[in-house]
Design a binder for this molecule. Structure first.
Ligand SMILES: [Zn+2]
Length: 107
């Protein structure tokens, strides 16, 4: 599986070489809820339910924590969801920057 880009600074989830996965695999299939490895950091990334509506993935080594809706239950859905979040944030920043530019005092 291709690494999944998790954050805007380019952190990725890579598959554990011992438990190779594909996009359709559900998280519940993974032994002891380990989804893979936090690339570069090399910590284990796990998934955990934390509320009625949301799960988190978290890194056991560095404290990375990402919350996402419970419907996101496969690697493919996680990849898409992360990409959508980053795109949405980029658009929000463009809007804010556009607003600040428009309202900058003249002179
Ligand atoms: Zn980490």
């Amino acid at each position: 599986m291709e690494p999944i880009v998790l954050t805007k600074i380019g952190e990725t989830l890579i598959e554990d070489p011992v438990h190779q996965v594909n996009e359709q695999d559900t998280f519940s299939k993974m032994p002891i809820a380990v989804l893979g490895v936090h690339d570069i950091c090399k910590g284990w990334i796990s998934v955990k339910g934390v509320s009625a509506t949301h799960n988190i993935i978290y890194c056991r080594s560095c404290g990375l924590r990402i919350q996402f809706p419970r419907e996101i239950d496969t690697y493919g859905k996680l990849r898409q969801w992360c990409a959508d979040q980053m795109k949405a944030e980029k658009n929000r920043n463009h809007e804010i920057n556009g607003f600040l530019t428009m309202n900058r005092p003249i002179g």
